[in-house]
Design a protein around this ligand. Structure first.
Ligand SMILES: C[S@@+](CC[C@H](N)C(=O)[O-])C[C@H]1O[C@@H](n2cnc3c(N)ncnc32)[C@H](O)[C@@H]1O
Ligand code: SF4
Length: 394
């Protein structure tokens, strides 16, 4: 293992990209559709103690992998906008203490668009955050209520306006294919959203995740999501409307003005190297040419105790076989409109893409080999991406 070296560099952003993902696992309330690692702590949390643990985990990771130049940092959650800006700042300072930070580093923070959180935006900007990603979810009050959100559409738009003033870059998320949503209603909502957007929008189809209150409602027949045909119509409408507005899809659910893509997320999809810090964070680390999949303990207090006792919260730390790397590379890379480089697949997996399968999928219009040699899933193939990847992998 580990004989084949791999450079994650295939980005357009200079030196080999390296990202740091920081997970903040707390929310004010739990949304009924969400299965992210997020927890509500009515009694409050000891933020200073958590900060110390984040610092320790960063130090331990840096000692393991050595020097890197950080090209992107992403505070995800949970709701990282609930952190004190001073905590964010201290985490950024710690990252800069152990690694070099690129002068044009992208620092994103996910925020919920409530007034409490928007009030802190200036503090986050001063701390070094230069991009914010807001969970707007819908521009209709009744829909927000049904989604269990604690903000109104007006509050969300006010937060977008503050984000516009506070940060160089911002994006927001909407969830569509909601119960009863018609193409006409979604088209209206999306156009309003585009009018408020700048350079980037994330548009997710509602997924019914197992063991969530939404799953129980769906099981009981009390929540019915659009059928496959309607979902497909909604997806096509999303692609067309965003492209016409100058925000073409660059990934299955992400749309941006060319050049304004989220660099951190591109790093994942291009199968680059990133450290995962905080409870329930995933990482992909390259040590002596071998790639490791890491994951930390999800429960915040257990993670805290592990870090305090052992220096990190790792519960998974597996060297990936070449075959596994190839599969992961396909799974991530084929989400991108730019597709993948089959030669990199060969370098990672030690085998070549099955051209007979590619020809069959291309015949069905699901994938295409581009003149530059890259392989990509077509817009028609995106709705059946999982099946396409499963066909090409293994
Ligand atoms: C982890 S959340 C963090 C953002 C922030 N906590 C919020 O909710 O505004 C990231 C995004 O995932 C999306 N998301 C979460 N659960 C989803 C689901 N079941 N289906 C579709 N999108 C979902 C939402 O759009 C959300 O903004
Ligand atoms: S959707 Fe966002 S705010 Fe809601 S529970 Fe999940 S992470 Fe927290």
């Amino acid at each position: 293992m580990g004989t084949m070296t791999d450079s994650p560099a295939n980005g357009a952003f200079g030196a080999t990209p390296f990202g740091v993902y920081v997970h903040w696992p707390f929310c004010l309330s739990k949304c009924p559709y969400c299965d992210f690692n997020s927890h509500v702590r009515h009694g409050g949390i000891d933020e200073a103690r958590f900060l110390r643990a984040y610092e320790v985990e960063i130090a331990t990771t840096a000692a393991r992998i050595g020097r890197r130049t950080v090209s992107s940092i992403f505070f995800g959650g949970g709701t990282p906008s609930l952190m004190q800006p001073a905590t964010t700042e201290a985490i950024l300072e710690t990252i800069a203490r152990y690694w070099s930070v690129a002068p044009d580093v992208e620092v994103t923070l996910e925020a919920n668009p409530t007034s409490v959180e928007a009030e802190r935006f200036r503090g986050f900007r001063a701390a070094g955050v230069n991009r914010v990603s807001l969970g707007v979810q819908s521009l209709e009050d009744a829909e927000l209520k049904a989604l269990g959100r604690t903000h109104t559409a007006k509050e969300a738009l006010d937060a977008v306006a503050i984000a516009r003033k506070s940060f160089e870059r911002y994006s927001f998320d909407l969830i569509y294919a909601r119960p009863g949503q018609t193409p006409e209603a979604w088209s209206r909502e999306l156009k309003r959203a585009i009018a408020e957007a700048a350079e980037h929008l994330s548009l997710y189809q509602l997924t019914i995740e197992q063991d969530t209150p939404y799953a129980a409602l769906a099981h009981a027949g009390k929540l019915v999501v659009p059928d496959d045909d309607t979902a497909r119509t909604l997806y096509d409408l999303t692609l067309e409307t965003c492209a016409a507005a100058g925000l073409p899809a660059y990934e299955i659910s992400n749309h941006a003005r060319p050049g304004a893509e989220c660099r951190h997320n591109l790093l994942y999809w291009r199968y680059g190297e990133y450290a995962g810090i905080g409870p329930g964070a995933h990482g992909r680390l390259i040590v002596n040419g071998a790639r490791y999949a890491t994951a930390t303990e999800k429960r915040p207090e257990s993670w805290l105790m592990r870090v305090e006792g052992m220096g990190d919260g790792l519960v998974t730390d597996d060297e990936l076989l070449h075959e596994q790397q190839g599969d992961e590379f396909l799974l991530m890379g084929l989400r991108l409109v730019e597709g993948i480089d089959p030669k990199r697949y060969e370098a990672l997996s030690g085998r070549s893409i099955d051209l007979a399968r590619v020809a069959m999928l291309a015949g069905d219009g699901f994938v295409e080999l581009m003149p530059n040699g890259r392989l990509r899933v077509t817009l028609a193939g995106f709705p059946v991406l999982d099946a396409v990847v499963a066909d090409l992998a293994a």
